[in-house]
Design a protein around this ligand. Structure first.
Ligand code: NAD
Length: 455
């Protein structure tokens, strides 16, 4: 029996024993996870610094605090989420108990990506534990230090009977995916998402896919351009642009573009100084290979660089870069950028900008910047995306009350807060019926006659 199989068998036996089911067990594990995070915050920040040169504030906000907030929210709501949900009854079921019972699915596989390597493993794990499942987590091999830290800490704090970490790259993940799981939760690229779905189809395993895509940012109508530039710069260059919900490109008319570029320059200088390369608040690209992809995109682009443009593959550095006069057919528009490069495409009217967005795959997030609520609501009503936020970027994903997930090519399913609990639960339809009113049942039993139809 190989290592992976032994782990899966151990977890499956634990799940069958019922150990992960009681509310007290779930709460105990969630609290232990909280202790894991608070006991080891320094080590976590160091690992994120090593993997991505993640600035301390960004690491705390988007990794450590996100996990802590999700844990606190889940711990305080678990009892109510677990309670049976009684449904409306009709005349035929008046005497029955009719309710939905949330039950765990079994053994869940969670596969994480490298850009937020800590929270992309722990947030789904929180939902999995809360719903009463056992789980294997597979961190990304690219963010190797954080992956190793998770592999070291999780067995020390959580039940080894119920939760395990398996590290490894593409081959190990493919092998893992040959096994039968009760749910697979995958975060990463669309291409790999397809193979995950294919592997899951063999066992009819339900899948959540948290994928990426190109998130547009539309700027139309009256606008506070200085505030817009600051919020856009923050959302775009946070984590050196390596966020699945980072604004990928801007659509605006020429007039807005002319005002926006100097405002972006000013915001960038205020945030990262004149030499962002020397600024600790500017992260790095995760690997030289990923950096080379971004350099190639810049080299192939026919857009005009108006801010930044400096690159250094050795140092995995790409300066915060803005390009204008970018055409629809530009290299930067071929794939998700996933780095600190912001193309601006000039489109005269809001209607044309909406058509531009709707001619492409549905994005994970869609942003609209405008003072005019008519503009905001027109975009909201005439487009589709996983999430939507006006006059800011990224922040909508920090609220546990909102589901986080894509639609169409940006993913399927969602999590965060109750949505994670629901994803990892089966909603069992329950009707508890007694023996009353048997005489009435004559109306539905054969032999059928015309009088049955009157029932
Ligand atoms: P990645 O390379 O870390 O891959 C993700 C996971 O898939 C890793 O654990 C990796 O080991 C595994 N993997 C890679 N190739 C595989 C294969 N052929 N077969 C099986 N498993 C394989 O991350 P990535 O894919 O570069 O991630 C970046 C993408 O993820 C971007 O598109 C980004 O938008 C998206 N993303 C989405 C979210 C979200 O929540 N929706 C969050 C973060 C990243």
């Amino acid at each position: 029996m190989d290592g992976q199989q032994a782990v899966i068998d151990r977890l499956r036996a634990s799940f069958r024993s019922g150990i992960s089911l009681p509310e007290q067990f779930r709460l105990g594990q969630l609290k232990a996870l909280l202790t894991l995070v608070t006991d080891n915050e320094q080590q976590i920040l160091e690992a994120l610094q090593k993997d991505l040169a993640k600035p301390k504030f960004e690491a705390i906000l988007s990794e450590v605090d996100m996990v802590i907030n999700e844990l606190s929210y889940t711990i305080s709501h678990l009892k109510s989420w677990m309670a049976p949900e009684y449904v409306e009854k009709n005349l035929a079921t008046k005497l029955d108990d009719c309710f939905v019972r949330r039950e765990p699915l079994g053994v869940v596989l969670i596969i994480g990506a490298w850009n937020y390597p800590f929270q992309l493993i722990l947030l789904p794990l929180i939902g999995t534990i809360a719903a009463g499942n056992c789980a294997i987590v597979k961190p990304s091999e690219i963010s190797v230090t954080t992956g190793k830290l998770l592999a070291d800490l999780i067995p020390k704090y959580l039940s080894q009977e119920c939760y395990a970490v398996i590290c490894g790259g593409i081959e190990e993940t493919k092998k893992l995916l040959e096994n039968r799981f009760d749910h697979i939760f995958y975060t990463g690229s669309q291409a790999v998402g397809r193979s995950v779905l294919q592997a899951a189809a063999v066992h009819l395993t339900p899948v959540t896919l948290e994928l990426g895509g190109k998130c547009p940012c539309l700027m139309y109508g009256k606008l506070d351009i200085q505030a817009a530039a600051k919020r856009l710069v923050w959302a775009k260059f946070f984590n050196a642009g390596q966020s699945c919900v980072a604004p990928d490109y801007v659509l605006c008319n020429r007039q807005t573009c002319e005002a926006l570029v100097p405002a972006l320059r000013q915001a960038l200088e205020a945030f990262y100084g004149q030499r962002p390369r020397e600024c600790d608040d500017m992260g790095r690209i995760v690997s030289q290979k990923h950096c080379a992809r971004l350099v190639s995109l810049l080299e192939r682009s026919t857009g005009k660089v108006v801010i930044g443009g400096e690159t250094d593959k050795e140092e995995k550095y790409i300066a915060p870069t803005v390009l204008v006069d970018v055409k629809e057919t530009d290299a930067l528009m071929e794939e998700e950028i996933f780095g600190p490069i912001l193309p601006i495409i000039s489109i005269d009217t809001l209607a044309d900008a909406i058509s531009f967005v709707n001619a492409r795959e549905k994005p994970l997030a869609l942003y609209v910047f405008s003072d005019e609520s008519k503009v905001v609501h027109t975009v909201l009503e005439q487009t589709s995306s996983g999430g939507f936020c006006s006059n800011d970027g990224i922040v909508h994903m920090c609220l546990p009350g909102l589901p986080f997930g894509g639609v169409g090519n940006s993913g399927m399913g969602s999590y965060h807060g109750r949505w994670g609990f629901e994803t990892f639960s089966h909603r069992r339809a329950c009707m508890l019926r007694g023996w009353g009113l048997e005489r009435v049942n004559v109306l539905r039993y054969p032999p059928y006659t015309e009088s049955n139809l009157g029932w």
